[in-house]
Structure formats: C-alpha cells, structure tokens
Design a binder for this molecule. Structure first.
Ligand code: LLP
Length: 426
C-alpha cells in the first residue's frame, strides 16, 4: 500500500500543499456515479420519474452545474439556495422551492424568476401565493407537503414526520388539506399537481418508504373520492449512506425498484390519477464522495485519553456535536502503518463538545501529519459556521489525477466584510 492516500488520483500531500487545510475534497467521479445511478435506476414504464437533488446537502455553483449536466432537477429551500441554482444555470422549470416559512421576499424572488414548482407547507403560504399570482402571467405548479406521520428510525433531530412535526399538514387534517387545495384553485395561474412527503434522513429501512407510499396513495384515493385529482407524488429524500462500517445502506438500485414497484402496486389498488413520481436525495448523492482533510496540530494526553487536535472541527463539521454522528478517519500520509493508537480526534473550537471522533484507532501520528475524515460530503460544508471566527475551508473537486478549486477559502477580509466600523484600524 502507498504511504500517501490518493483521492481521485491526487495525493493528499499535493492537495495540502496547493490548497491548505482544512479542505473539503470531493471525488468528482463518485458524484457523477451517484447521479448516474439515480438516473439509471429511478425510472420505470408505469410512471414518469424525476430525481431532484436536495441542494441543502451541499450547494455551490460547480456542484449544481454537475447535477444539471447529469439531467437531475434541484430542490431549494431558501433564497440563497435558489440564487445558487439560478447562478449555476439550472432552468427554473427544474427547480422545486421548499420551506415551511418562506418569506415574502423569497416568494417574490422565486416568482420573479419563474420558479415552476412550489412545495407549499401551510394555508397562509397558499393565500400569499394566490395573491402574488394575481399580478403575474405564468403558471405556477404546486405540491402540498403532507406530514405522513411515519416514524423512521433515525436521530430525533432529523426525523421530520412525527405527529407534531413543523413540516407539512398532518395527514388526517383532511379539511385543512381540502381548504388549502380549494384556496389554490381560486387562482387561474396556479395548478395543483399533487402531494409531497419526506419522512426523515439517513434512513436504512425500505419498510419506512413502503409505508410512506401506502399512506400517500391512500390519501390520494381519499382526495380523489372528494373530486380532487392529482398527478404527481414526491416522496422526498432520506436514503442512508455509509459513514462507518456499522452502516449498511440499501443500494440505489434496490430501493429505487422497491419504491417504484410499491407505487405500481398502489396504483393497481387505487387506480389514481398519479402519473409522475419524484424523489429528492441529497445526502446519498454527495456524502461518500466528500472527505475533509485536516492537518494534525498538538497532541495531548489526559488521564484517560489521547487527543489528536486538528485545524478544523465543529465549525466545518457540526454533525458529531449535533447528532452524535460517527465517522471513520485515517492518517493519510501514513497509510502503510498499522493502526496501533486509540485516540480522540478533536477540533480547535472553544467548546468541549468539539469532538470529531471520540475514539478511533489510527496509525501513530505527529504534528504536521494529515488526517482525513471520510464521508463528510453532505451537511458538512453546507452547515459550516463561523464559530470562533474560523474561516470557511476551500472546496476542491478531484478527478483523474487533477484537482480544481470550486470554492475559495474564506479570507480574514471577507470575514469582517459585513462588519460596520467608523474607521478601519488595520
Ligand atoms: N427533501 C426534504 C423535504 C428534506 O427536508 C430533506 C432533508 C431532503 C429532501 C434530503 O434528505 P437527504 O436525502 O439528504 O437525507 N443536517 C442533517 C440532515 C437534515 C436533512 C434535512 N432535510 C444531517 O446532517 O444529518
């Protein structure tokens, strides 16, 4: 085995030299592979299908260009994500706008840019859209977000469909659902297409998705009996990925066929008007393609632990402190050495909870060595925060032995760009 790990054919030592650390590194072939898998397997004869990349998982212009070139659509949840998608050249008819509390400014911005589909969360949003569409002359498509009340076995913070979830309208609130659809129908410029549901994130069980589909088709049937037809069902995202060896995610090919076959079964049962099935994967497209490269700083022993400190931490990856998320890592300039040390990998933030990996076997390391945490491609960069005024790391894509910068490292000047001061002391 080579001593120095290569990602996309590029030695990590070269990445460190060229771009510095901490550094988000994406293997472009892996990103492309995931997109292609979705395009290939999420299709069938019985329905039209569309895969929307949930851009909250990792959004920057180059990523969205890649997604666009692979023929995927995009789900956005804020003006910032929408702006990035438009900048990347995503056509507004391939953009789906989510959010439980879209502001008026965001709604107007999206409508000004002719975003084709809104996923509406609540009645007030529906009223606002009807009002706004009075002065516009294009057709807005709408899906209504439903809370299908399905408990998926994942961290409580990333479950979204428990009974009092803040997202969508509760499945059994039929009169609210009907009211909302009738409200939308007051506008000649709004077309109600159907329903959306999302049951959570990092979900391993096929059964949860099967249950979601059964539940949603039953609702569609109920609506149909009330004379409300819909042609589209969006099943959200949430497909699990591999972080550590304990994780055994279902391959895209398998759950794609489970989803589409279950939809067909339900269609045979209920004879609905559904013609199109959508999914919104985020994490499963980007997580495993991304890793974070750090430089080891100080090393310290405490009575019960050996700490390896790295030059990043909870500001570039908040998931361990927020969700107790687990990761694998290596000393990537000593890949040929045995992992003989049990250490705790901690960051540099002024917070006891700033632990990236509580306990992991690594090869012996020293200050200046390179440590890479794997599978950080989803919700790492996108949940970056400037705590302690740490600078946002750069992002690079690597492929076939070449690397390219896709997001520059933040500078000190950029950090204080928005700060208002009377005189510049420096
Ligand atoms: N669609 C909707 C409506 C969503 O809310 C989400 C994620 C997705 C799709 C994409 O889910 P995915 O395929 O990425 O699991 N920050 C958390 C995850 C929050 C997920 C929020 N919604 C984490 O780092 O685990």
């Amino acid at each position: 085995m080579d001593a120095v790990l290569k990602i996309g054919g590029v030695p990590v030592t070269e990445l460190k030299e060229r771009y510095g650390t901490p550094l988000y590194v994406y293997d472009e072939e892996k990103l492309l592979h995931q997109c292609r898998q979705y395009s290939q397997y999420f299709s069938c004869d019985a329905f039209d299908t569309e895969v929307l990349y949930a851009s909250k998982a990792f959004s920057c212009i180059e990523m969205l260009r890649l997604v666009k070139n692979q023929g995927l659509s995009v789900d956005v949840v804020s003006m910032g994500e929408l702006f990035t998608a438009l900048k990347a050249g995503i056509s507004p008819d391939r953009i789906y706008f989510h959010g439980n509390n879209k502001t008026l400014e965001e709604i107007q911005y999206a409508l000004d840019n002719h975003v084709q589909t809104f996923i509406v969360d609540n009645l007030q949003e529906a009223y606002l859209l009807v009002e706004e569409m009075k002065t516009r002359d294009y057709v807005l498509h709408v899906l209504l977000r439903i809370n299908p009340c399905i408990e998926a076995h994942t961290h409580a913070y990333i479950q979204t469909a428990n009974i009092d979830s803040k997202f969508g309208i509760h499945l059994e609130s039929i009169s609210q659902i009907v009211d909302l659809i009738q409200t939308l129908k007051q506008s000649n410029h709004i077309v109600f297409d159907g329903f959306h549901a999302h049951i959570g994130s990092q979900i391993f069980e096929k059964e949860a998705f099967v249950k979601e589909i059964e539940t949603m088709f039953s609702l569609i049937d109920t609506m149909q009996k009330k004379g409300i037809l819909c042609n589209t069902l969006n099943l959200g995202g949430g497909f699990a990925v591999h972080y550590t060896n304990e994780d055994q995610p279902i391959p895209i090919s398998v759950f794609s066929s489970v989803i589409l076959e279950t939809c067909q079964k339900m269609q045979e049962l209920y004879h609905t008007n559904i013609q199109k099935i959508l999914i919104e994967p985020g994490r499963s497209i980007v997580a495993e393609a991304g890793s974070t490269l750090y430089t080891v700083g100080f090393i310290k022993k405490t009575p019960h632990k050996k700490y390896v400190f790295v030059d990043g931490g909870m500001s570039d990856n908040i998931r361990p402190s927020l969700y107790q998320a687990k990761y694998e890592a290596d000393i990537v300039n000593h890949m040929d050495q045995k992992k003989t040390e049990i250490v705790c990998v901690a960051g540099k933030c002024c917070e006891s909870g700033d632990i990236l990996i509580d306990s992991i076997a690594l090869s012996p390391c020293d200050s200046g060595d390179l440590l890479m945490v794997y599978s950080t491609g989803a919700y790492g960069f996108s949940m970056f925060n400037n705590y302690n005024r740490n600078l946002r790391p750069a992002v690079v894509f690597v492929k076939e032995g070449n690397s390219r910068l896709v997001v520059k490292r933040e500078t000190l000047q950029e950090l204080v760009r928005g700060d208002v001061c009377d005189e510049d002391p420096v």
